[in-house]
Design a protein around this ligand. Structure first.
Ligand code: SAH
Length: 225
């Protein structure tokens, strides 16, 4: 694989390895421990996933606008959700709901065998696809559709990650989780605090663990072209 480093816009201070390493150090201070996750964030150039006008802020630990009223998730959240997903060992098939900029997709593609990513807004999906091609990442596929329905044709998944807040856990996603599979999802009524949940498909039924309070954009019905 071509090193993402080759693809960076050279000569620009804020994309320097040192700036990026500072973000990684901050994630470690905030409690991220999984070396594979830290390595993935180190290797994916986040400035490629935000508008050029905002790229000087790409290595701050903050969410940023990506158009269509959506945001690229905060690096800490991307790292934390990936860590929780992988806590019990490596994963083969992971379904992502809410491709957005494609940043979390790119991070996951370095961490699991295959990523299946669903986005409801076509222009966001198109840009995300282009970025991953540019980075020469190839173990992901995209679907333009309503993530409330998951991606039934390719189910079940060993992991599901949802990057928008739902009022409750969509039944279709529970149905598409493989035995022993893990789902990380923000849940909460719109306008209220959401909670990040870890849901595991046990031999009988599902276990749920509350992880922390979070704020994500809402999971919305239908698609936008
Ligand atoms: N992980 C992304 C986060 C993007 S924000 C990133 O870091 O860039 C959440 C995304 O979820 C938005 O792009 C939004 O359009 C998408 N989304 C919201 N509801 C959805 C649904 N029902 N199906 C698929 N995607 C959805």
């Amino acid at each position: 694989m071509r090193e993402p480093e080759d693809l960076m816009r050279h000569g620009i201070g804020f994309t320097s390895q040192r700036t990026r390493e500072r973000l990684i150090q901050r994630l470690i201070e905030e409690g991220i421990k999984d070396q594979r996750v830290l390595e993935a964030l180190r290797n994916i150039p986040r400035h490629m996933f935000v508008d050029e006008a905002l790229s000087h802020r790409a290595y701050e630990d903050t969410a940023l606008p990506i158009g269509n009223n959506q945001t690229i998730s905060q690096p800490f959240m991307v790292a934390y959700m990936s860590e929780v997903l992988l806590e019990d060992g490596p994963l083969d098939k992971v379904l992502e709901i809410g491709t957005g900029s494609g940043y979390q997709t790119a991070v996951l593609s370095r961490l699991v065998e295959r990523v299946f990513s669903v986005e409801r807004i076509k222009p966001l999906q198109d840009r995300a696809k282009e970025r991953l091609v540019e980075l020469n990442l190839r173990n992901q596929v995209f679907r333009w559709g309503d993530g409330f329905e998951g991606w039934p044709a390719l189910a079940p998944y060993n992991g599901i990650i949802v990057t928008a807040g739902a009022p409750e856990v969509p039944q279709a996603l529970l149905d598409q989780l493989a035995p022993g599979g893990r789902m990380v999802i923000p849940v909460g009524a719109s306008g209220e605090t959401q909670q990040l949940l870890l849901i595991v498909r046990e031999e009988q039924g599902f276990s749920r663990r509350k992880l922390c309070d979070v704020r994500f954009v809402p999971l919305l019905n239908g698609t936008l072209s």
